[in-house]
Design a binder for this molecule. Structure first.
Ligand code: SF4
Ligand code: SF4
Length: 472
């Protein structure tokens, strides 16, 4: 029986409920009256249930689809303005004992170069990332209790936070590691991580078991219940996601929203972020062998419907997607993107030779961070390097209530402008700098409170004088 309050995976991600939802959505995809009713509810900006959102996803009435896109765009504007938060992944190790059939790090892949960074190598990676201008990282490792035990991850986090190179600093480390114990989650919390990210890959249990034939990740329930353990361990910001292309996207969409409903029902706070990766080509992996690939139109619809269903949840898009695709979905709901990413182990300090290969997937957007920042501003977006909330203790339900009331906006725009200014002063090319300074001058007028505007102006002048790290 579907029960969002249950702690058991099979109850809160209930297969029968998903199948009934898909059936309901299919039957109502032309039901104009119901679709209008759902859209009216969505306009209240309090989100939708998985069933309601599934109807919008299936809707094939052209005029209603245009309304769905317009509403997603409006919600994006209302909650996130024109800001896009920047981050970069950092791969620590690609040793992995699991057998995930869609990932080149799977244990049976004998021709991929296996690498694990030493603390000194991590130092060099972090300096390279700081020199690009990054302030926010997502750590990635394979699952391997011998090569990548929790102690290694904790030591690496400590190393990363300790490095202060020129004006650089990594101010927020998000962590994407395998499902683990409450005790280990507690240790990660104590190490000062931002968000704990874990992709479900697929919510379809039968497919999950086939796609993860060997290794600890084979345990669907343990994996699916990981966010509950993370929350019990004190991590109150968690990031969900599926790998689109493995299973039917409608199924994954419903599962993802049910997971969000479960976290909200049990812990009073839904996921902090949702990521929307699509399966990509990589060493030993041909995306063509997976039957459920989705085209760009479907992808855009998914992004729009997630935005409407969970307006207060950040949405992350990686460099798996091309520039053109990123351009298309940014305004529909994405709030965070990576830039200048390397998905190989040690790839920032030492780009890989063509005969080496430790990448997790091919990067479609190969531009430098400066090019991405410049491109964003050219489209009217403010690239933000803000990490303020977690450092000010605005996490979990405290963050969510500020977010739901819209008050967080009073912090986001000033912080975006100040961190962008830091970036422009320290790392930008002349053209990016000129564009950025003009943008700051223009955007500062959009800060509603005169007092805040005044403080921001003072801080911006301080940044010119070489001081750093101002935040609201
Ligand atoms: S997806 Fe993660 S767990 Fe699976 S093989 Fe790749 S690195 Fe290992
Ligand atoms: S103020 Fe908080 S919510 Fe806004 S961009 Fe910064 S970290 Fe994110």
């Amino acid at each position: 029986m579907y029960d969002p309050k249950s702690k058991r995976a099979e109850d809160f991600i209930n297969h029968e409920e998903i199948m009934e939802t898909l059936d309901y959505a299919q039957k109502n995809k032309h039901n104009r009256e119901l679709i209008d009713e759902i859209l009216n509810k969505a306009r209240l900006r309090k989100g939708l249930s998985h069933r309601e959102a599934a109807v919008l996803l299936d809707c094939d009435l052209e005029d209603k689809n245009q309304e769905i896109y317009a509403l997603a765009e409006q919600i994006k504007k209302d909650f996130y303005g024109n800001r896009i938060v920047m981050f970069a992944p950092l791969y620590l190790s690609n040793y992995c004992v699991n057998g995930c059939v869609y990932c080149p790090y799977h244990a049976k892949n004998k021709h991929i170069a296996r690498k694990k960074l030493t603390q000194e190598e991590i130092r060099r990676e972090v300096i390279a990332l700081q020199d690009m201008g990054h302030k926010r990282l997502a750590l990635e490792t394979g699952e391997d209790p011998v090569n990548n035990p929790i102690e290694y991850v904790l030591e690496s986090i400590k190393t990363i936070y300790s490095i202060k190179h020129k004006n650089g600093a990594i101010r927020r480390v998000n962590v994407n590691i395998a499902a683990t114990t409450v005790e280990n989650y507690r240790k990660l919390k104590e190490a000062g991580i931002g968000t704990y990210i874990l992709f479900q890959e697929t919510y379809h249990k039968e497919s999950y078991l086939k796609l993860h034939p060997t290794g600890p990740k084979h345990d669907y329930d343990y994996h699916t219940e990981a966010m509950d353990r993370a929350m019990e361990g004190g991590i109150d910001d968690v990031g969900c996601g599926v790998l689109f292309g493995l299973e039917l996207y409608r199924y994954e969409f419903a599962g993802l929203l049910m997971h969000a409903e479960h976290l909200e029902a049990v812990f009073g706070v839904g996921p902090h972020t949702i990521s929307v990766p699509r399966i990509k080509r990589a060493d030993d992996i041909d995306p063509g062998v997976f039957d459920n690939g989705i085209d760009d139109d479907t992808f855009a619809k998914i992004v729009a419907c997630i935005r409407i269903a969970v307006p207060y949840t950040g949405m992350i898009l990686s460099t798996r997607e091309t520039k053109a695709c990123r351009e298309r979905v940014l305004h529909l709901g994405i709030s965070q993107i990576s830039g200048g990413s390397r998905t190989s182990v040690g790839g920032y300090d030492q780009p890989e030779r063509s005969d080496e290969c430790s990448e997790q997937f091919d990067v479609s957007d190969q531009r430098t961070l400066d090019e991405v920042v410049n491109w964003l501003m050219g489209m009217g977006y403010i690239p933000s390097f803000c990490t303020a909330c977690y450092r000010e203790g605005r996490t979990g339900d405290r963050f969510m209530s500020l977010c739901k009331s819209g008050q967080i906006q009073n912090c986001c725009l000033p912080n975006a402008l100040m961190t962008l200014k830091e970036y422009l002063m320290d790392y930008a090319s002349p053209d990016t700098k000129a564009k950025g300074l003009a943008m700051i001058e223009q955007e500062i007028e959009n800060i509603p409170k005169e007092k805040v505007r005044q403080i921001v102006r003072e801080h911006l002048a301080e940044i010119e004088r070489g001081n750093r790290d101002f935040r609201f």
